[in-house]
Design a protein around this ligand. Structure first.
Ligand code: TXA
Ligand code: MG
Length: 349
């Protein structure tokens, strides 16, 4: 809609959201240019990253950033990640220690978020009033093109309703946020499928706040020592809430060996069940929804949120998720499954 005037925000919501429904555009050059212009106008643009889709606003515009919280229904004190084009741009948002620079050089662009002391100009609405800011340089070509074209930082959480499963396609974003977002750039399905690893570098001790796309061992390799677990001095991170990344249907983690018995019990009670299996086979005459997830960790992660969304859409009474292996390659997946379900690790052998 070139030339169309941007309606004034009549009710404090995003300009135009009362009359314009979310539009998904294939992320070609023209669409990226339009998206950059919309960000500059203070509007919300969802865009693909290699981890999950982000819901972006101009990180330098406090009013625009405030709209993200409204669209997501996210508590106002939860800080956002500022996405930047490269390490040079990151220096404009934070004070980067030699440790931070070493991690950035090793893993950017890519799925690593660094929590670092913020620069003076960074708005409180971005940081949740904390003295630190989260920074990430995404590797997805569309995210990179958007950041280059926009020329400033983009504050963006995952583009889902607060607490819900993160989106890995443009369709997921539209399903969750509908007309609360002004434009959705469609860059296909996210490659990694789970969120970035978050490391806090706000004290002398590097702390792992969230497992994610980069393994803790790889980070420890660059630092020369293992990452510490968060203590009381750690910055707050909502992705570490016990219940997060969750489907709406009650979901449970179940070990392979007891899956059949659990299914039989639920079916005896006439409950409809949706299953995310990996190695298990459906029993004969099973009439719920059965998805078989990939055997390998990276593939499993790539499909995880799409699978959880599909099972949720089945409107079953319960979702059962077969446990995954207990080794390093699966650590981030186990973390997300534990938060998405009522599960504790003890449910898995
Ligand atoms: O992969 C990702 O990280 C995706 C893509 C879009 O980049 N983003 C994402 O954002 O997962 P979000 O908001 O859903 O999760 C970011 C996490 C939250 O748990 C937030 O609390 C934490 O990062 N965070 C951001 N800034 C922080 C800060 N200054 N201090 C502590 N935690 C922070
Ligand atoms: Mg999120």
């Amino acid at each position: 809609m070139p030339g169309r005037p941007v309606p004034e925000p009549a009710d404090g919501r995003s300009p135009g959201i009362a009359c314009v429904t979310a539009r998904i555009l294939r992320a070609d050059r023209t669409a990226v240019t339009r998206a950059a212009r919309m960000l500059a106008e203070g509007r919300l643009v969802a865009f693909p990253t290699e981890t999950v889709y982000g819901l972006g606003a101009d990180a330098g515009n406090a009013t625009a950033v405030a709209r993200i919280f409204e669209a997501k229904r996210r508590p106002a004190d939860h800080p956002l990640i500022v996405h930047v084009a490269d390490l040079e741009a990151a220096h404009r948002w934070a004070v980067l220690s030699p440790q931070a620079v070493a991690l950035a050089e090793a893993f950017w662009p890519g799925p690593l978020t660094l929590i670092v002391p913020r620069a003076g100009h960074v708005h409180d609405v971005v940081t949740g009033g904390q003295p630190s800011v989260g920074l990430r340089v995404p590797s997805h070509p569309v995210a990179h093109a958007l950041l280059m074209e926009f020329g400033n930082g983009i504050a963006a959480p995952s583009a889902n309703r607060f607490g819900h499963v993160s989106p890995t396609t443009a369709r997921h974003v539209a399903d969750d946020l509908e007309d609360a977002v002004d434009l959705i750039l469609d860059g296909g399905a996210s490659d990694i499928g789970i969120e970035s690893t978050i490391v806090a570098l706000t004290t002398d001790t590097a702390m792992l706040l969230r497992l994610g796309g980069i393994g803790a061992d790889a980070i420890a390799g660059v630092l020369g020592h293992p990452l510490a677990q968060p203590d009381s001095s750690a910055p707050r991170a909502s992705g570490t809430l016990a219940s997060h990344y969750a489907p709406r249907t009650p979901a449970h983690l179940v070990d392979h060996d007891v899956l059949r018995a659990e299914l039989a019990q639920l079916e005896d009670r006439d409950e409809r069940v949706a299953v995310l299996a990996r190695t298990a086979e459906p029993p004969e005459a099973f009439d719920g929804v059965w998805l078989t997830a990939p055997l390998e960790a990276a593939e499993y992660a790539r499909m995880l949120y799409a699978n959880l969304r599909e099972l949720d859409d089945a409107k079953a009474d319960a979702i059962l998720v077969e446990c995954v292996p207990d080794d390093g390659a699966w650590a981030a997946i186990r973390d997300r499954l534990t938060r998405a379900t009522t599960g504790v690790d003890d449910d898995c052998d």
